[in-house]
Design a protein around this ligand. Structure first.
Ligand code: HEM
Length: 207
């Protein structure tokens, strides 16, 4: 039942969006509207996904953990639509221009990095792959913490004037990361352990 509600809540806004878009119902700048709508949609679902574990633990509602995968896939789906809208309506399939945007505009570079990480998390989300990956699965999926920070950075960088809204999203992301500060800290230490040796001197990780 919960999964049906999630499907409806995720798909209905998209039906509304594209119906309005093809009936001139999105105001003066419909291209900006659809890019904004799908970008914010992806970020909202990402933050909701990160809320699930703390809520499930606090209220002892373990079954909630079962919907994280579905929500995560919707984050990726919305993010793909966001990129597709950008390519189709804004760039009008100008692939060299897309490549130029990725290289020259830092906020697009960061958005692309977040999308590629979401791709890696999505393709490894089926249970069969999870079992095969063993402990590495959790290590890979901890990258979601980096994704949320990248997306908030992408948002704040994309805004030209008033940064209140992205700052609120940053604050929400920090609160959600604070709930799992031990895991996030382990994730940061993982980078420390795997950093490249400098000047040929190998850095051995402290246990
Ligand atoms: C290749 C990847 C991406 C591209 C090319 C891209 C492109 C864009 C563009 C063109 C904008 C509008 C900037 C403006 O108003 O001028 C935008 C905003 C935004 N994007 Fe992305 N994006 C990418 C990835 C992502 C991902 C992965 C997410 C979330 C999971 C995301 C979330 C957002 C958000 C929240 C905004 C702000 C919405 C707004 O106020 O317009 N983006 N992005």
């Amino acid at each position: 039942m919960l999964k049906v509600i999630i499907h409806l809540c995720a798909l209905w806004p998209l039906v509304w969006l594209y119906t309005q878009a093809f009936n001139d119902g999105l105001g003066a700048d419909p291209v900006k509207y659809v890019i904004h709508f799908t970008g914010i949609g992806a970020l909202n679902i990402l933050l909701i996904t990160l809320c699930i574990s703390p809520i499930a633990k606090y209220f002892r509602q373990g079954y909630l953990l079962n919907v994280r995968r579905l929500l995560g896939l919707y984050v990726f789906f919305y993010a793909c639509l966001h990129l597709t809208n950008f390519i189709v309506f804004d760039l009008q399939f100008d692939w060299p221009l897309l490549w130029g945007e990725i290289i020259e505009r830092p906020y697009i570079t960061v958005g692309m990095a977040a999308l590629l990480l979401l791709l890696a998390l999505s393709v490894t989300s089926p249970m069969a792959i999870r079992k095969r990956m063993g402990a590495n699965w959790q290590k890979l999926h901890n990258w979601i913490y980096l994704v949320v920070l990248l997306v908030c950075t992408h948002f704040i960088w994309s805004v030209k004037s008033d940064i209140t809204e992205p700052l609120i999203y940053f604050a929400m992301a920090f609160v959600l990361l604070w709930f799992r500060k031990d895991k996030a800290w382990r994730f940061i230490k993982f980078f420390g352990k795997h950093r490249k040796p400098q000047n040929g001197i190998k850095t051995t990780p402290k246990s």
